[in-house]
Design a protein around this ligand. Structure first.
Ligand SMILES: C[S@@+](CC[C@H](N)C(=O)[O-])C[C@H]1O[C@@H](n2cnc3c(N)ncnc32)[C@H](O)[C@@H]1O
Length: 174
């Protein structure tokens, strides 16, 4: 597979993930695992977790001792086969329009929230804030910035130009 950015340009994001709904793999899994294992201890990630844009389930695998659900519009079959967890096939737009509908201790979104249209991001964050006090973003670049009316950054860990960021819900007292 070419660098993913070229694939996005060639096919568009939606078509790319439709084409790879059964064989998508994140090539940066080692660094994700490293960051997430540090964060898990430091931020006490536990309980009920939503793996948002869960792909083939690598992040969920790293949280095997938690109760994890997935959301992803394209990879439900692959994710459920790999993890045994449930996956709800929703897009960002579906979430904005309908909400998530279940509460979580943490929502984790790895290498994906930058794919949400900028204009839709505040409403997506509002919807996440309805169901969770904690949002964790794993990203290889500066986007997305989730600071705003609903969440504020409280901690980050950086390694090899990849970052994991913890945001707290502004309405949470914890
Ligand atoms: C780079 S992959 C990351 C997958 C996984 N979180 C990981 O770290 O391996 C991006 C994910 O976003 C999902 N995705 C693409 N467009 C989306 C959309 N409009 N709404 C929600 N998810 C989307 C894809 O199906 C894919 O699983």
């Amino acid at each position: 597979m070419d660098a993913i950015i070229n694939e996005y340009k060639k096919y568009g994001v939606d078509t790319f993930y439709r084409l790879h709904s059964r064989d998508y793999e994140n090539p940066h899994i080692d660094i994700i695992e490293n960051l997430l294992s540090h964060a898990k201890t430091e931020w006490n990630i536990s309980g009920n977790i939503l793996d948002l844009c869960c792909g083939s389930g690598e992040v969920s695998h790293m949280l095997e001792d938690c109760n994890v659900d997935g959301i992803d519009p394209y990879t439900k079959e692959l994710y459920e086969a790999n993890t045994g967890n449930d996956c709800i096939p929703m897009t960002f737009k579906d979430i904005v329009e309908n909400g998530i509908g279940k509460e979580y201790d943490f929502v984790i979104c790895s290498y994906a929230m930058h794919l949400c249209e900028k204009s839709m991001l505040p409403m997506l964050l509002y919807r996440i804030g309805e169901v969770s006090d904690n949002l964790i973003i794993l990203t290889p670049h500066k986007k997305p910035d989730c600071n705003g009316n609903f969440f504020k950054e409280v901690s980050r860990i950086k390694k090899e130009r990849r970052t994991i960021i913890l945001y707290k819900n502004r309405l949470s007292n914890v």
